[in-house]
Write a protein that binds this ligand. Structure first.
Ligand code: SAH
Ligand code: MG
Length: 228
């Protein structure tokens, strides 16, 4: 229930759903092997954020369902979600991913070469806000996973770059439960939370768009231009 105490055991600290449900749903998803497993282990050992297991599964499903020729990702980190989506597309998608942290760019570049994805995944180094302005290509999936306080600023650019039937998948939109509940908002996060609410209102109220917010992982919003 909405009044659940986020600091207690009942709810987890960085997921928006209940522990027992999360645990069960995660248990249904088979573990990755090989490179994805290695990257998952690296992310845990080095405390680098990657998409949660069920979010990763959802991305795989979206890629399989929509068969994107081109994917734009905001926030590469170590390249995990890029590689995951490339694998899900059976390498039929070209992925462009943006990262501003130099160390992350280096790590992701190493991984992309190590696992042989250099023909499929291109990293652009820099701030999403700047880079996205200079992009002219069109994309079938845009995965927003960086700069949580800027989704509302990225949105006009994402819409400009989105193909007619393309979808925007935004991660972390419920931000540890802070977005739906004032009581959970940490003081330092207030600006991010307010802007995330703005994003969700923009994509939900615009009559030319259709959005579904899914309380999975840290919250996902899937947006598409109305086709009918
Ligand atoms: N999508 C990745 C995880 C990305 S974590 C995966 O699931 O594997 C978010 C990343 O976004 C971090 O590496 C951070 O450095 C980067 N980032 C944050 N704000 C950014 C910005 N404004 N421009 C570019 N990258 C940004
Ligand atoms: Mg995320």
């Amino acid at each position: 229930d909405a009044s659940c105490d986020w600091s207690s055991d009942v709810c987890s600290s960085d997921l928006v759903t209940f522990d027992y449900m999360e645990k069960y749903l995660r248990g249904l998803i088979p573990d990755h092997q090989g490179m994805l497993k290695e990257l998952e282990e690296y992310s845990i050992d080095n405390k680098v954020p990657i998409v949660q297991k069920e979010t990763g599964r959802f991305l795989e499903l979206m890629v399989d369902l929509t068969k994107p020729k081109r994917i734009l990702e905001l926030g590469t980190a170590i390249g995990y979600s890029s590689i995951l989506m490339s694998v899900a597309s059976k390498r039929n998608s070209k992925i462009t991913t943006i990262e501003r942290d130099k160390e992350m760019v280096e790590k992701a570049t190493v991984n992309i070469h190590k696992y042989g994805f250099e023909d499929d995944i291109e990293i652009l180094e820099g701030d999403c806000l700047e880079i996205i302005e200079s992009i002219e290509d069109k994309f079938d999936i845009i995965f927003m996973d960086a700069g949580k306080g800027h989704y509302n600023h990225f949105l006009p650019h994402c819409l400009r770059l989105l193909n007619k039937d393309g979808i925007i998948i935004a991660d972390n939109v419920l931000f540890r439960g802070m977005v739906p509940s004032d009581e959970l908002v940490k003081r330092r996060k207030i600006t991010i939370v307010k802007r995330m609410r703005t994003y969700l209102e923009l994509v939900s109220k615009d009559e030319e768009l259709i959005t579904s917010v899914i309380p999975m992982g840290d919250g996902i919003a899937v947006t598409k231009r109305r086709g009918i």
